[in-house]
Design a protein around this ligand. Structure first.
Ligand code: FAD
Ligand code: FES
Length: 244
């Protein structure tokens, strides 16, 4: 799959260091998939994987946090500017196969792919648990599609003070979906295993090619090493090998 050029409709900071990038045009994408983004020529060498926040027949939206060189360059994009994108890549959360009570748990920018997820789910209920360092974002967009929202912040400035996993009871759900920092996802996988609840996690690994060719993004599973970009990024929690 080749890179194509895309035009920026807007690129706005919606919270501290968190930007919403909207590109004009007709793009494809399903819940949990991502695109490789590139708004530079030579440096950094690699393109950067960013999940689809939203997609419709006129535009595609990404939500990203500035953490280093690549995302810093993305944050400088202006309306009518251009960048190169490749996608949609990876597998999806199995939204069409899910039923009953769904628990979603996210940490920080791991909330980004969940807007499309909650819009796509047709289930009995969705409890949404999201943890942030200091300030929440994306809650309004999520709220209208879910049953209940639980917010935590590490500073206590909003919602429960502490980690979002403190608020989370996997035994209340038929299935759990999770995206966030690896340490949080490992904890959620373990909590779900202990209560015999099926979980799906979106793994965050460094990527180079994004299309399954270089093996940079290896994820250890009970069936051997898998490529996060091609076999994932969504894996069953029960198949992922974590350091207990
Ligand atoms: C499938 C997938 C989907 C993603 N979706 C989003 C998204 O929707 N929004 C978003 O903000 N970010 C997302 N990320 C993470 C994003 O790709 C990285 O933050 C980005 O590549 C960092 O690039 P950089 O050049 O700004 O930072 P770098 O200079 O490359 O790195 C800065 C810091 O971030 C760490 N880092 C870099 N890449 C990753 C990574 N993949 N996972 C964990 N830590 C990393 C580095 O170790 C370093 O400490 C996703 C990652 C994957 C694998
Ligand atoms: S990034 Fe190259 S195989 Fe996944």
């Amino acid at each position: 799959m080749n890179f194509t050029s895309a035009k920026v409709l807007s690129n706005i900071e919606i919270s501290d260091g968190v930007y919403r990038l909207i590109l004009m045009g007709q793009f494809q994408g399903k819940p949990g998939q991502f695109y490789m983004l590139r708004a530079w020529e030579e440096e950094p060498i690699l393109s950067r994987p960013i999940s689809i926040e939203n997609v419709d027949d006129k535009s595609i939206t990404f939500l990203y946090q500035v953490v280093g060189k690549g995302t810093k360059i993305l944050s400088k994009l202006k309306a009518k500017g251009e960048l190169n994108i490749q996608g949609p890549l990876g597998n999806t959360f199995p939204v069409e196969q899910l039923s009953g009570k769904v628990g979603i748990i996210t940490g920080g920018i791991g909330i980004a792919p969940m807007e499309l997820v909650v819009k796509s789910l047709k289930v009995d209920s969705i409890d949404f648990h999201c943890g942030f360092r200091n300030k929440s974002y994306l809650i309004n967009e999520i709220m209208e599609h879910v049953t209940k929202v639980y917010i935590s912040t590490e500073t206590g400035s909003e919602g429960y003070k502490g980690y979002v996993t403190d608020l989370f009871k996997p035994e209340n759900y038929d299935v759990v979906l999770c995206c966030g920092p690896e340490v949080m996802m490992n904890k959620v996988i373990k909590m779900c295993k202990d209560k015999n609840v099926t979980s799906y996690v979106s793994m965050e690994k460094h990527m180079a090619c994004g299309v399954g060719a270089c093996l940079v993004c290896t994820c250890k599973t009970i069936d051997g090493n898998k490529r996060t970009c091609k076999d994932g990024p969504i894996f069953l929690g029960s198949e992922v090998m974590i350091d207990a």
